[in-house]
Ligand binder design. Structure first.
Ligand code: 8IG
Length: 270
């Protein structure tokens, strides 16, 4: 089956970005991609030796970040010989640049040689035992964005989207790591308490504005996917308090060293 023209174009843009990446970094090919979401950026410094770092906009077709706390940088890290392509920040659906902008980093990572992608995010939690700063492995997702990141009649299987092998590997490091079902909303507003009730009824336990669409494209390109959420707040309506973006960022900073240590150990075992 031939690809939809929009897929061909997205892949062409990714090939151009990957070529510029290898020129800029001097690294011909990367092994693992890591997307660091809200609150995860400080963990980047614990992963290994930084070989290059620059703004995402130094590569073709990347959009500059809109959101405070989303750094918009690309870093090439050598983690004991493993070449890790780190994206500090991402493009979100609510930025209204379209699904191809949201998934350009994923397509670029695949074009750069990555076989594994680690997608992280900051999110709300529906389990009251998950205090702010709790990491949770993503076992599956609910795509509640009303959109798809794929173009045309591209039928992609999403069984075991979030790799059981990689989740088992995380559990070998942290046996008590919780697992959850991530519900992706378009945002940028947080949910209403009624919507959190809907997510709960659907079996969701994490709510956020990223990751799911990226995972779908990663699967379509044959990457193995690990998803890890950092619960930075209790989901709306669960504790009688309003949600505050600055609190969300602070919960991430507070958890950064633990997250960095976890990611560094995961990278070594991949
Ligand atoms: I950080 O409670 C963060 N991101 N949709 N809901 C949604 N996204 C989030 C939340 C949240 N917390």
């Amino acid at each position: 089956m031939s690809s939809h023209p929009a897929t061909v174009e997205a892949q062409y843009r990714a090939t151009e970005a990957a070529a510029a990446l290898s020129t800029k970094t001097g690294v011909p090919s990367h092994d693992v991609a890591l997307v660091l979401g809200s609150g995860w950026e400080p963990a980047a410094d614990l992963l290994g030796e930084t070989r290059a770092q620059f703004a995402v906009t130094d590569l073709p077709h990347f959009a500059p970040p809109l959101v405070a706390g989303h750094a918009g940088q690309i870093r090439s890290v050598d983690a004991s010989g493993r070449k890790v392509l780190v994206f500090l920040g991402r493009t979100h659906l609510y930025e209204e640049r379209g699904v191809d902008a949201v998934t350009h980093a994923v397509r670029t990572a695949a074009a750069a040689g990555c076989r594994v992608i680690v997608l992280t995010n900051g999110c709300g939690g529906l389990d009251p035992t998950w205090s702010p700063g709790t990491p949770v492995l993503i076992r599956d997702h609910l795509n509640l964005t009303g959109t798809s990141p794929l173009h045309g009649a591209h039928f992609v299987d999403l069984t075991d989207l979030y790799s059981p092998r990689l989740r088992a590997l995380c559990h070998s490091i942290e046996p008590n790591l919780a697992e959850g079902i991530y519900a992706q909303f378009r945002g940028p507003m947080y949910e209403t308490p009624a919507e959190i009730g809907m997510v709960r009824a659907m079996g969701g336990t994490l709510v956020g504005m990223s990751t799911g669409l990226e995972a779908i494209v990663a699967r379509s390109l044959g990457l193995e996917i690990l998803g890890i959420s950092l619960v930075t707040n209790l989901a709306a309506g669960m504790n009688g308090q309003a949600l505050n973006h600055e609190e969300v960022l602070q919960a991430g900073r507070d958890a950064a060293s633990r997250m960095g240590a976890l990611l560094a150990r995961v990278l070594r075992l991949l």
